[in-house]
Design a protein around this ligand. Sequence first.
Ligand SMILES: Cc1ncc(COP(=O)(O)O)c(C=O)c1O
Length: 336
Amino acid sequence: SHTGSFKDLGMTVLVSMVHQMRCEGQDIPAIVCASTGDTSAALAAYGAAARIPVIVLLPKDKISVSQLIQPIANGALTLSIRTDFDGCMRLVRELVQKENVYLANSMNSLRIEGQKTVAIEMVQQFDWTVPDWIIIPGGNLGNVTALGKGFLEMQQMGIIDRVPGIAVAQAANANPLYNSYVKDFQSFEAVAAKDTLASAIRIGDPVSWERAIRVMRQFDGVVEEATENELADASARADRTGLFTCPHTGVALAALEKLLARRVITPDSRVVVVSTAHGLKFPEVKVKYHQDQLRDYDVAPARANHPVEVGADFDQVRGAVFDSLEAAFATSAGVG
Ligand SMILES: Cc1ncc(COP(=O)(O)O)c(C=O)c1O
């Protein structure tokens, strides 16, 4: 992904279409979106490449520094608004209703058309077979809508003969779909999203909730939630295998662990966990985790790792190496 998250898949389609519309003479002076930081990065990048003015509405102090600098670097009008994502979304809706600017949020089906290709890529990578389960972090719920659409269309075309189970993973601090799931999707209520390390899914009033619930019903889907400690720990655990996961991927991995424990997913299942962004976009969370500075989020880091500072001296370096090797040996041998 060019801008470090799955948002590129839908945005390249949307911006290409707007570019074509402008070439055909349509009056579209600018494209606009509200964002928790990843949609705005994708829109700013593709808009810059197509030379189309971009406006992004971001919740002030609620996105990472990397996410903020992306649209700034790409030359977008970057509005840092003293509200949360849901507040930005309300302002964007009003802006597109009253002014001649083009909407790039996922209510625009061009985004869904681009994002549905994730289903095709997945099946292609499994040699045209279908995984048993897909776990996907959910915020505004456009991505799960797109995933479902991709699988249903492949089934209709006879490319696959069954669909996978879908599990949406939400942060417990921003969990309106989870609340609806525990009531069998009989009702849906927006929540006031609380602060979460998974800041890109800090969304209490998702625009695509109706479409997402339709998908969940069609796929007999489940929703699981993860606390801050669960998501941070799952992310750190995955990193120990050589990955560098973002907190949202941590939410999905924590959901996997919980669904396995509940035996909703069995150990012999083939499961895809959708990693929605690169961990490098969220260095603040990683640094604070390893420095044990996430106590405000009730995170007790089980896998914190620290740099060892030593002088430029052979004996000090050798000492540090052997201390570390001995500690590792003691742990693996079960002594000490
Ligand atoms: C990194 C990341 N993961 C997950 C999501 C959730 O996707 P959606 O809003 O389509 O549910 C988003 C965006 O909101 C995101 O930026």
